[in-house]
Design a protein around this ligand. Structure first.
Ligand SMILES: [Cu+2]
Length: 151
């Protein structure tokens, strides 16, 4: 965690660091969505496209299930997937307009270049509706988000 933070500090202003910490891995115990997973029992393939869509765009997960979300970028642009609650993702997308090159380095985000597959391993311990969003400038606004329903 410290290594990750210091990396962020080097790259971004302190303002950005404090704003970005909401999505960092430092508060697992209080995370409303769960915790990072080392081992998972199911892999869910999700495709990312330059039409700013995830396929599928609704994902059902059982409460307590640890899954690997396998994001395959089938487009030419770089895409990412950040797990969060809709309000936080909206705020974060606004911030990304000012800092379009900001990279996210935490268990709840991945990015993939054209043709790449990136894995996010997460254990969903709480019921609720969460979202995956691409925070590259313009992508979120164009509808690049998927719903994660945990029951
Ligand atoms: Cu995108």
């Amino acid at each position: 965690m410290l290594a990750k933070l210091s990396k962020l500090v080097l790259v971004f202003s302190s303002l950005l660091v404090s704003t970005c910490v909401w999505s960092s891995g430092s508060h697992h115990a209080h995370d409303p969505m769960g915790e990072p997973a080392k081992t998972t029992t199911r892999t869910i393939p999700i495709r990312m496209s330059d039409t700013m869509r995830y396929t599928p765009n609704v994902i059902q997960i059982k409460r307590g299930e640890a899954v690997t979300l396998a994001f395959k970028n089938e487009g030419q642009l770089k895409h990412e997937a950040v797990l969060g609650q809709l309000d936080d993702l909206k705020k974060h997308a606004e911030l990304m307009k000012m800092y379009p090159d900001m990279e996210h380095d935490d268990p709840k985000s991945i990015s993939a270049k054209a043709g790449e597959t990136a894995l996010m391993k997460w254990k969903f311990t709480k019921a609720g509706t969460f979202y995956i969003a691409c925070l590259k400038p313009g992508h979120f606004e164009a509808g690049m988000r998927a719903q994660i329903v945990v029951k």
